[in-house]
Each structure stands twice: as C-alpha cells, then as structure tokens.
Design a protein around this ligand. Structure first.
Ligand SMILES: Nc1ncnc2c1ncn2[C@@H]1O[C@H](COP(=O)(O)OP(=O)(O)OP(=O)(O)O)[C@@H](O)[C@H]1O
Length: 250
C-alpha cells in the first residue's frame, strides 16, 4: 500500500545504457511538504533518475509511483500532478511568455487559466516580459519563465534540475524563497538537483548523495557533514565524489 504522506516513491530503480549503469538499484521517497536534494558529481545519474520519473526514459528495472500511481502503467494520471524545470528543456523560443504559459496551461487543463497566468507573471516578476518571445529573454528571465510554467498546474511533485544555475545571487535567493513558500503553501514535494552546497543547505529538508548511480548517503544537510566528520556539506560532497568507497565502508 502506498504511504499517503509520500508524493513520490522510487523502488529499486536501475537504468543501463550499454555497459554503463547510470542508475543502480536506487530507492527513495519524497513526502508532501518536503524538499529533497538530489546531489552527486557530474555523471552520477541525477538527470537519468529525473527523466525516468518524468516518464521520458524507460527504466531497465524498478518502479516509480507518484501519488500512488505507477508511472509505467498509469502514466498520464501520474504525470498530471507533476511538473519540472531544466535548462536543457527550454520553453519554445518563438512563443511569448504569455503564449507559452497559455499553451502549457491548456495542455494541463488548468482551470481559470487567465487568472492563474496573471498571478504567476506577478509572482515571478515576468509582467514586463509578458509579450516578449522566450528566445529573446536572458537566461535568468528564461529560468523564471520556466518556473512559472512549472507552477501552472499546482504540481504535487516538482522536479527541479538546477533551477537557479543561471540566476544572479539576489534572484537565486528570491527564487529559493519563492519555491520554499509555494511548497509550504501548496503542500507539494520537490526533488531538487544542485551543485551549490550553500543553496542545498538553505533549501533542502533532506539530501541524497548519488555516486556512480548509487545512493551513498542520505540525511539532513545541516547535520550530515558533522555525522561524517566533515565541517561543511561541500567538504562531504568532495569526499563522496572522490572516495565513495571510503564512506561506503565507514
Ligand atoms: N542516453 C544515454 N546514452 C548513454 N549513456 C548515457 C545516456 N544518458 C546518460 N548517460 C550516461 O549515464 C551516466 C549518468 O548521466 P546523468 O546525465 O544522469 O548524470 P548527472 O548526474 O545528471 O550529471 P551532471 O551533473 O553532469 O548533469 C553518465 O555516465 C552518462 O554518460
């Protein structure tokens, strides 16, 4: 029976590309009202994991449930309450910000769409860019437009692949606060990847460290470093990335 507190449940998930095991027997969950950081060095398997959760990649084995619905067998119902942002999946550049939000809003069947778009344009300071083509926005403005699109359907599960990577420090801080706020207010769960350990410590309730497709560590980013004899999350991250076996056997 799925746990009602879990919005995402991943069980024994693996993905093999030829000889590469990109994701290797990974299990974890994300609860309502929780922001979980998915950390790991380049090539650790974070994006592959996210793409399997989004139903873009088919797992080699394992099961993914969103709100108790199996992504393999109840794909559209599972994904109706999900959304995501990723720099490698930009909004169509020949449509304006408004047209993009309207297009995706219609796809998601968002009720009272015009009012929802107005509210998101305001929340993400996109009013001045309403009629600007997305292809002409700066990378920071595009990130905000993507986040507005990701909030359209009031997702229960939000997958954010490096959502602040191209934002200046002030906008990144505001964006983190906004996402935290929306998560608390709307009660959804968030899976957040980032290479910025300061950000992770500030925003995540729990982190998972992936290395070579496997989860090596899991815990509260504020207490995890000390538990492993490190003073900062960054120091712990570097150790996990360089010497995963040391920690595995510690
Ligand atoms: N379509 C593919 N075909 C073959 N190998 C792939 C494919 N996609 C990913 N890989 C490999 O799977 C592994 C995990 O890649 P993935 O993109 O999930 O890592 P990541 O943790 O997101 O890395 P980064 O931090 O650099 O974005 C890497 O070794 C990568 O080369």
């Amino acid at each position: 029976m799925p746990d009602a507190t879990q919005v995402l449940s991943v069980a024994r998930l693996s993905k093999q590309f030829g000889h590469t095991k990109a994701v290797d027997d990974v299990s974890f969950d994300v609860r309502h009202n929780e922001i979980v950081g998915l950390l790991g060095p380049n090539g650790a398997g974070k994006t592959t994991t996210i793409n399997m959760i989004l139903g873009v990649l088919e797992p080699t084995s394992g099961r993914i449930r969103i709100e108790g619905r199996d992504v393999a067998t109840e794909r559209s119902r599972a994904l109706a309450c999900t959304n995501f942002t990723a720099v490698y999946a930009p909004l169509p550049g020949n449509l304006t910000v408004y047209q993009n939000l309207r297009f995706f809003g219609l796809i998601y069947g968002v009720p009272r769409l015009a009012a929802r778009i107005d509210s998101l344009l305001e929340q993400f300071d996109l009013g001045p860019f309403r009629d600007t083509k997305c292809g002409l926005l700066s990378s920071g403005e595009q990130s905000r437009a993507q986040l507005a699109k990701a909030m359209l359907n009031g997702p229960h599960l939000l997958l954010l692949d490096e959502p602040t990577a191209s934002l200046d420090p002030a906008t990144a801080r505001e964006t983190r606060a906004k996402i935290r706020d929306l998560t608390r207010r709307e009660g959804g769960g968030v899976l957040w990847t980032s290479h910025n350990m300061y950000e992770v410590q500030e925003v995540c309730d729990r982190v998972l460290f992936l290395s070579h497709g496997r989860i090596l560590l899991e815990g509260d980013p504020k207490t995890l470093p000390r538990a492993h004899g490190k003073s900062t999350l960054e120091e712990l991250f570097i150790t996990v990335a360089r010497e995963p076996l040391t920690l595995e056997t510690a």
